[in-house]
Design a protein around this ligand. Structure first.
Ligand SMILES: Cc1cc2nc3c(=O)[nH]c(=O)nc-3n(C[C@H](O)[C@H](O)[C@H](O)COP(=O)(O)O)c2cc1C
Length: 373
């Protein structure tokens, strides 16, 4: 039986171990362009079996937060090349999380102050972080979105394909489509955000249509073996909810199982919170979800996330419940997390006051075992 340190393959991507770095937005890339500090941060974490970068918006419309690195400017592709080269030099693998926030945005982040777009004109509620014209930062209410016109949707799907191409041009080993946490794809999936009456709303098949079109467009562009997707069936993140998540996600993974993807990455419970959190009134059956994916022919890696530590992560892989485990906060604080797990060494504690924004402090200055020695 495999353990956390065993190599594997996700689609076309060789993976040195089952310890995956979860996507982590850090807001340290002014003007949406990755910089040398970002290079250092990712290079320090290159011993992860796979790095999934922070969410990277595919267009300006896809942006929802200040100082997040995108994929839509040529300068950003040049910046990312330095990141991917540094990780590859250290023997690591890295995919980028292609992202469209949908309604979780603010007019000041949009072109010409436009309203953010969403499946339906239902505000996200909650806050996002922007930079004021005078350079100061502020948490502000997300802006009221407008519903995407039917004829615009194909263009947004095409933007994901362009993002996938830009990822490969940047030297990434592939992409993770951000289908989780209440952003655009999750907004289309779930009843709380999608009240459309065309073929993108209503039935489960209709609500899943946008996700599957995005997956197919990305797979056509760069090959399915380099495409993974992140899902969060029951998370309430960004005020998203669904009346019946189990049949919805059973359908989604059944469809994904036919597509030869590299991996499926599932957030169990409330992102960053209660693993047993549920929606739709019933506990969610994650094992059943994976079984449906496999039965449909899915051979991609099954990555699980949310609140795992070495002990629970080892159990998940050794029991065959998962192929790999993604760790978020532990990778923020422990650049050499893999070595620390191997040595059963103590872990640095993450400092949540430096998660979002700032410079090297709380970003590239967490000590590794080597530097501490
Ligand atoms: C600072 C921070 C930034 C995050 N940014 C993202 C992101 O860009 N994309 C995403 O899908 N999840 C994001 N998450 C969620 C994490 O990927 C992960 O699901 C969560 O931290 C739970 O895993 P953990 O318990 O191992 O930390 C973020 C979490 C944190 C703490």
């Amino acid at each position: 039986m495999a353990n956390l340190f065993d190599p594997t393959k996700f689609g076309d991507i060789d993976i040195a171990n089952r310890i995956v770095m979860a996507p982590l937005t850090r807001n340290r890339s002014p003007k949406a362009v990755p910089n040398d500090l970002n290079v250092t941060y990712y290079e320090q974490r290159a011993t992860a079996g796979l790095i999934i970068t922070e969410g990277t918006p595919i267009t300006q419309q896809a942006q929802g937060y200040a100082d997040v690195p995108g994929l839509y400017l040529s300068e950003a592709v040049e910046g990312w090349k330095k990141v991917t080269e540094a990780v590859h030099r250290k023997g690591g693998k890295i995919v980028t999380q292609v992202w469209h926030v949908g309604r979780v945005s603010h007019v000041s982040l949009q072109k010409d102050g436009a309203a953010p777009v969403a499946p339906s004109a239902i505000p996200a509620g909650g806050k996002t972080y922007i930079i004021n014209p005078d350079g100061s930062g502020a948490f502000v209410e997300t802006s009221a979105p407008r519903a995407l016109e039917h004829d615009e949707i194909a263009g947004v799907v095409a933007d994901f394909a362009k993002g996938a191409r830009a990822a490969i041009d940047s030297g990434f080993d592939g992409i993770e489509i951000h289908g989780a946490n209440g952003y655009l794809i999750d907004q289309f999936l779930k009843t709380g955000a999608n009240q459309r009456t065309d073929e993108y709303g209503g039935s489960i098949e209709n609500r899943a249509r946008f996700l599957l079109e995005v997956v197919d467009a990305a797979a056509k562009e760069i090959g399915a073996g380099r495409v993974g997707i992140r899902l969060s069936p029951v998370t309430p993140a960004n005020n998203i909810e669904d009346e019946q998540p189990q049949p919805l996600f059973n359908y989604v993974v059944e469809q994904l199982g036919k597509r030869g993807l590299a991996f499926i990455h599932v957030i169990e419970g409330a992102t960053g919170g209660d693993r047993t959190f549920t929606q739709g009134g019933k506990p969610f059956d994650y094992q059943g979800l994976k079984d449906i994916y496999r039965k449909a022919g899915g051979t991609g890696g099954w990555i699980v996330n949310n609140g795992y530590d070495q002990n629970s992560g080892s159990k998940a892989v050794e029991s065959g419940y998962a192929d790999a485990v993604a760790f978020g906060k532990l990778f923020i604080a422990n650049p050499d997390l893999v070595q620390r797990f191997k040595d059963k060494a103590p872990l640095n504690a993450p400092d949540n006051t430096t998660f979002y924004g700032g410079g090297a402090k709380g970003y590239t200055d967490y000590p590794s075992l080597d530097s501490a020695a």
